[in-house]
Design a protein around this ligand. Sequence first.
Ligand code: IMP
Ligand code: MG
Length: 211
Amino acid sequence: MASYLQIADDEKGHELDLFCVPRHYENDLDKVIIPHGLIMDRTERLARDIIQDMGGHHIVALCVLKGGYKFFADLLDYIKVLNQNSDKSVPLTVDFIRVKSYCNDKSTNSVKVIGGDELSNLSGKVRLVFDIVETGRTMQTLLSLLSECNPKMVKVVSLLVKRTPRSSGYRPDYIGFEVPDAFLVGYALDYNEYFRDLSVSMKRMRTNMKQ
Ligand code: IMP
Ligand code: MG
């Protein structure tokens, strides 16, 4: 089973004013749960694990937009550094699709995929790079769409997996962090499109949130 860094349910997080938080978000956020530096350090290790497992095969790295874009870019940067500096290297191409499954802070039943025609061009080993798995529904829908295109192998890398009773039991192949059942924003994760422009991953305050 994939190893991960666990953030405990009673994790209090860090005070906001210890970090640089944009003024326009100050009143909407509670605590810093995962500082940006910790995300980067964990991502560096995921890159190493992925390269070790790939055995020189071609990777099509598929970024699931929008929430996955920061993680995708940082993970690929670390993979590129490894490719440049070690005897073993992995040919890499990139592709992008967009999914939408959330309304406010609730997962909805319909998972919308945009850019699906790109999927039919996938060959080689596909690695889906994803932001956060909550119920697992979005990822399971994507995987069943992908399987129709017969890629050689599909592996999922997810920055966050949420510990929640709503989980379908789906677990990605690589996991950055396992987090408590709270709504997190920042590092490209949004609440109704807000907070993507925030470096640190934070717990949102549910009260006095402006819509
Ligand atoms: P699932 O289908 O229930 O696994 O939900 C996964 C999708 O919901 C993710 O790709 C996110 O877009 C969104 N999501 C779930 N939890 C959060 C969260 O805590 N913050 C921001 N987005 C979330
Ligand atoms: Mg979202």
